[in-house]
Design a protein around this ligand. Structure first.
Ligand code: PEP
Length: 242
């Protein structure tokens, strides 16, 4: 299965940045090449959909759990789908930190994304303190138990150690393998054989220099990339490494 490379632009980019997406989409990577998905800020989704011309899938970085209603400033999964988005990221650690989102919120958002016909990338990961205390597997299990949607359809998990996001720090390949194996076991325990079909991404300080090694690790089906996804040059270098 070709790797999946997802770029999360976070709160970065104004109009001129969509040229980067057009360049990514025009790269023409060929058969067996990785799939490229980009989650720009909400404000760029409609323009990104147009310039991507299907060559890059476009998604949201979050959605509200409800389809509509009195939720000022929020965007629903149905609204993302209406713009032409194909996927939504839920449970990113920055939203858990900045917006106090817990596992139940993340589960509700995942269900909303699926109901709107989007693929859902559900993020989990331990803090540095939790890793140092030897609690990584326990934390991942708790997050999965509380946030997994009812079925495995259209679901992708992103394992993102919080301490690796935007820091330049990356777990050892052995630690990545151990976390991914644990997540796979939990998915199979939850969904049965369908749990084998859920792609698991690694995220946290992925660069063109380390992507090749990370993508060789068992159960790593792709990468979720923040900073290094902002330019076509950098994202395409990661794709080339894959
Ligand atoms: C992220 O935001 O999901 C992420 C992995 O960021 P970075 O690649 O910058 O560490």
């Amino acid at each position: 299965m070709p790797a999946l490379i997802v770029g999360n632009w976070k709160m970065n980019g104004t109009g001129e940045a969509v040229a980067e997406i057009a360049e990514m989409a025009g790269a023409g990577m060929g058969v067996g090449a990785p799939s490229l998905w980009i989650a720009p800020p909400f404000t760029l989704i409609d323009r990104a959909v147009i310039v991507s011309a299907g060559g890059v899938k476009i998604g949201g970085q979050d959605c509200h759990a409800k389809a509509s209603g009195a939720h000022t400033g929020c965007v629903s999964a149905a609204m993302l789908a209406d713009l032409g988005a194909n996927f939504v990221i839920v449970g990113h650690s920055e939203r858990r930190r900045d917006n106090g989102e817990g596992n139940a919120d993340v589960r509700a958002k995942a269900m909303a994304g699926k109901a709107a016909g989007l693929e859902v990338i559900l993020c989990i990961g331990e803090t540095r303190d939790e890793r140092d205390a030897g609690q990584t597997n326990e934390v991942l299990s708790t997050q999965l138990a509380g946030s997994l949607p009812d079925d495995a359809e259209a679901l992708i998990i992103a394992y993102e150690p919080v301490w690796a996001i935007g820091t330049g720090l990356v777990p050892t390949l052995e630690d990545v393998a151990a976390a991914h194996a644990h997540i796979r076991a939990r998915l199979v325990a939850c969904y049965g054989p369908a749990g084998h079909g859920v792609r698991i991404l690694y995220g946290g300080s992925v660069t063109p220099a380390n992507a090749g090694d990370l993508l060789q690790v068992a159960e790593v089906g792709g990468v979720l990339v923040g900073g290094a996804s902002l330019t076509a040059a950098s994202l395409l270098a990661i794709a080339a490494a894959a």
